[in-house]
Design a protein around this ligand. Structure first.
Ligand code: SAH
Length: 506
């Protein structure tokens, strides 16, 4: 019999991906299946192992996707199958998260469980909005109430009057639709109309909005601004304070949709997130290596025959050197070799392996590389070109025309993994930027994005790592809005940061 799995009830925090706990992240990275709902940021799904299952049980457009009893049963069933299950919930699992019901269901079945507390939105969204939940001499307590239990009949819960009379900060979750009722109830129970009040929408997330006012004005302010969910209502003197952060990361508030190979996408996202951006991968490409295939095996055996090794991507450099070691050789076999690199990113990668670049064209493209090689390659020198299966044919055509001898070998191929066209469209609609780090990435995107790509690209700024990629984009009828000056991940982050802050820089 299979060993029973465990259930981890993990709080995902209020939305900002940086506000999950280390323990929660660890559980996610090790789980076999994650069961999540709409409040838990989608960003976390990328932390789950590739082969693990992802099950959505949240609400969509107001209707319950799965009933609580069904979720409870699902957790039990999955654990019984021997799986380690992460039940990811927004904020803290026990703050109106129905975490208790899930715990009861699994513990009744003798399934081992653990609760990993999370940062609750009831506190974090306020902090993010600049409202301290308590403040010396202003508020000595805070109280959190759900607005959900206020009945459709428009009645407040029985204990509301006691709640309303508390002098501390009053916080309402799930209360936006009942805002008029809440305000009325508070006024009827003695709170003055001048009492400061605020509503925070999408706290800690890009698109966060804060409306401040008083009990008399807050409803109207919310209506004027068209505030939507998720939202928190705060009432109390602290609401008049504004301790919103004055330091901002350069990309704070920016949403970036990323495309690229796994490794590059991961690096780019890390770099962008460190700069404060919210990122999402809409199309990733997986590298399928042929470094231990027959063709490369022969190439490694014949290293002595080559005068040059030509690299057209950082991936090629990495794969080549990994393959070299795996073939039982090391860098000493390359002492006589000269290296050509298509551009700075490739040259930088080469440097990681201890080699400087002997030739790099001024313009970073395959044709310029081939043209340049014509003048630096000496007669009789043989070239090794280990590269992507999708490499530009122009490179070898130009070399052919010059009578240069070479071995053009497919070192790796690129396989695509992507969101469904519909999902991709959803992500793009919300994003401020879309990034491309290679021409093949551009092609793959247009192949996959579905019919209405142009419409999707209207409202978004498109970023290319360099001129070649930008040119490829133009072939698809779109000009790049931002092109990195340095053709590296850091260069892209820098260019996007500059663009994002362009309004505030004069
Ligand atoms: N367990 C969660 C709360 C679940 S109840 C927690 O600890 O945060 C869901 C309610 O939480 C929403 O209706 C809304 O009132 C509030 N909420 C959650 N995330 C929010 C956010 N990022 N901004 C504003 N309100 C949020």
């Amino acid at each position: 019999m299979k060993e029973t799995g465990k259930v981890f009830l993990v709080g995902a925090g209020p939305g900002d991906p940086g506000l999950i706990t280390e323990k929660g992240l660890k559980r996610l990275r090790e789980c076999d299946v994650v069961v999540y709902d709409h409040l838990a940021s989608e960003r976390f799904l990328d932390e789950v192992p590739e082969e693990s299952q992802r099950i959505y049980v949240g609400k969509k457009a107001g209707c319950h996707y799965m009933k609580q009893e069904e979720i409870n049963q699902l957790l039990v069933d999955l654990a019984r199958e021997g799986k380690n299950v992460v039940r990811l919930k927004g904020g803290d699992p026990f703050v109106f998260g129905r975490g208790g019901e899930e715990v009861m269901a699994v513990s009744r079945e003798g399934i081992p469980f653990e609760v990993v507390s999370g940062v609750t939105s009831a506190v974090a969204a306020l902090a993010s909005a600049g409202i301290p939940v308590t403040h010396r001499a202003v508020s000595r307590s805070f109280h959190i109430m759900t607005g959900h239990t206020m009945t459709e009949a428009g009645k407040l819960p029985l204990d509301f009057s006691e709640f309303a009379k508390l002098s501390g900060t009053l916080i309402f979750l799930m209360g936006l639709t009942h805002l008029p009722l809440i305000v009325k109830g508070l006024l009827e129970n003695g709170k003055p109309g001048s009492m400061p009040a605020a509503v925070i929408e999408k706290g800690t997330l890009p698109g966060q909005r804060v409306v401040r006012g008083t009990l008399d004005t807050v409803e109207q302010r919310v209506a004027e601004e068209g505030i939507g969910t998720p939202a928190i209502i705060v009432v109390g003197e602290v609401t008049a304070l504004d301790f919103a952060s004055t330091y901002h990361e350069p990309l704070e508030g920016a949403r970036v949709a990323v495309t690229g190979t796994d490794l590059l996408a991961a690096k780019l996202r890390k770099s962008l997130e460190e700069a404060g951006a919210y990122t999402e991968c809409v199309l990733s490409m997986e590298l399928e290596s042929h470094r231990s295939g027959e063709a490369m095996k022969t190439a490694y055996e014949r290293l002595a025959d080559y005068g040059w090794i030509v690299f057209t991507s950082a991936n090629a450099v990495r794969e080549f050197f990994l393959g070299l070691l795996e073939s039982g050789r090391d860098n000493r076999r390359l002492g006589h070799v000269k290296f050509a690199a298509v551009g700075k990113g490739t040259a930088k990668e080469l440097l990681q392996y201890g080699f400087t670049t002997d030739y790099m064209p001024e313009e970073y493209c395959a044709a310029a590389l081939a043209e340049g090689l014509k003048s630096v390659v000496k007669e009789g020198e043989r070239l090794l070109i280990p590269r992507s299966g999708k490499g530009s044919p122009e490179l070898v055509e130009i070399l052919d025309s010059a009578g240069i001898v070479y071995d053009d070998i497919v070192l790796y191929d690129v396989a695509e993994r992507r969101k469904e066209a519909k999902e991709m469209a959803e992500s793009l609609k919300k994003a401020d930027y879309l990034t491309f780090a290679s021409g093949s990435g551009v092609d793959a995107f247009f192949e996959n994005a579905g019919e209405d790509v142009t419409a999707l690209l209207d409202e978004i700024r498109v970023v290319c790592i360099g001129d070649i990629t930008a040119r490829k984009l133009e072939e698809h009828g779109r000009k790049a809005d931002v092109t990195a000056a340095r053709f590296t991940v850091e260069g892209m982050t820098e260019a996007i940061s500059r663009d994002w802050n362009r309004g505030s820089e004069n």
